[in-house]
Design a protein around this ligand. Structure first.
Ligand code: SF4
Length: 377
């Protein structure tokens, strides 16, 4: 089982973001982490202290949380679960919310993978998208992380930003590659209606980049990263020499169980899925009453599980393992969708052998169409 911890705090809302997160609410962190620690204890008892394969601290910006509070949460995890020896333990961070002391503290707690949001290498673009740092801070924080002893660092970039041109995108890729992190993620900007950019787009204040430019930038990323020996293992993720895949996310794409802790956190175990309430107040109240909140608890039908499995596994370069799907959900995709698979192979969108189905290079741009063709929605 994998453990996800949600910290819904950020210094400022990035203009493209519509995640569940709060700004300028740092005074709530202490009580919130106490509540998380209690929720973890409750789950440990309920689930019989299972072994945890990976831990992922996401948000929000977990690096705004101080060491004392993180330590409390980890003490609770160690009391409640067995942590697999050598387990990957990741924390998401922003370059301006980490320092030498925090980085050393993370390692001491057991966090062994640092994921840092860089997004772009140009200060004017960073400002335009509402990031709170300049590129000099990225360089400084990356150096500090290496000096502190981090041997597994992932850097995130974004493309198809408003006003971003190909030259700037290439520069971002080249500069990040020069740092030689173990892992690089590249995400296309999503225009969420509820984000600040969503408003700006509607009012005509900014313009979205074209689909053509978006796809060209994606192709540039795949090409530059491949040239620099970053192996693609999922649509948006690349690992240096193929050796530093994010285990937590890989497990998620391969439909393994995960438990989410914290307000708004989602969980899936077997055919059950649920999400905690997106309100710190309601979350804290329930946990303090000794109750786990399983809002929106749903039992997934077999069809929904098959759809979930297929749509996640196809995102990976390893592709969908036909035998694994048959074993886990008793679904023989080869037999049930023979004609559809044949059509997709003919259209050069997927590659199929006796054991697996993978997206082709062309198919990576058309995952939704492929899923529709396979009738998994
Ligand atoms: S740091 Fe991440 S979670 Fe926070 S506002 Fe920015 S994108 Fe959203």
């Amino acid at each position: 089982m994998n453990l996800y911890l949600h910290f819904p705090f950020c210094q400022q809302r990035c203009f493209y973001c519509d995640f569940f997160t709060l700004n300028n609410q740092e005074h709530l962190i202490g009580e919130y982490c106490d509540t998380m620690a209690k929720e973890i204890l409750l789950y440990g008892q309920k689930l019989g202290h299972p072994t945890i394969e990976t831990i992922y601290l996401g948000g929000g910006t977990p690096s705004v949380v101080d060491l004392e509070n993180l330590t409390k949460v980890f003490e609770s995890i160690r009391k409640s679960f067995q942590i697999k020896s050598g387990a990957e333990i990741s924390i998401e961070s922003n370059p301006d919310s980490i320092d030498k002391e925090k980085l050393k503290g993370y390692l001491k707690i057991g966090i062994n993978r640092l994921s840092m949001g860089v997004q772009a290498w140009q200060n004017d673009l960073l400002e335009l998208i509402g990031r709170t740092y300049q590129i000099e801070t990225v360089q400084k924080s990356y150096k500090l992380a290496r000096e502190a002893g981090f041997k597994n660092i992932s850097l995130d970039l974004m493309f198809a930003l408003p006003n971003q041109n190909k030259k700037q995108w290439l520069e971002s890729l080249i500069e990040v590659i020069k740092l030689q992190p173990e892992h690089i993620s590249c995400y296309s900007l999503e225009w969420d209606n509820n984000s600040i950019f969503g408003n700006h787009l509607r009012s005509g204040k900014i313009k979205a980049s074209t689909d053509e430019l978006d796809r060209e930038m994606y192709a540039m990323a795949c090409e530059e990263l491949e040239k620099a020996d970053y192996k693609q293992y999922e649509i948006s993720n690349f690992s240096r020499g193929g050796s530093f895949k994010c285990q937590h996310n890989s497990d998620f794409w391969h439909y393994r169980d995960y438990l989410g802790i914290g307000t708004g956190a989602e969980s899936r175990m077997g055919d059950k899925t649920w999400q905690n309430k997106k309100s710190i107040k309601a979350y804290t109240k329930k946990i303090n009453e000794g109750e786990l909140i399983a809002d929106q608890l749903e039992t997934l039908s077999r069809e929904e599980q098959i759809a979930g499995y297929i749509s996640l596994a196809l995102r990976t370069n390893a592709g969908l393992n036909l035998n694994d799907l048959l074993e886990k959900l008793a679904f023989d995709l080869e037999k049930e969708r023979r004609a559809e698979l044949k059509k997709l192979v003919t259209e050069n969108l997927i590659e199929q052998d006796n054991y697996s189905i993978k997206l082709s290079k062309k198919g990576k741009d058309l995952l939704n169409y492929i899923l529709l063709e396979l009738k998994v929605f």
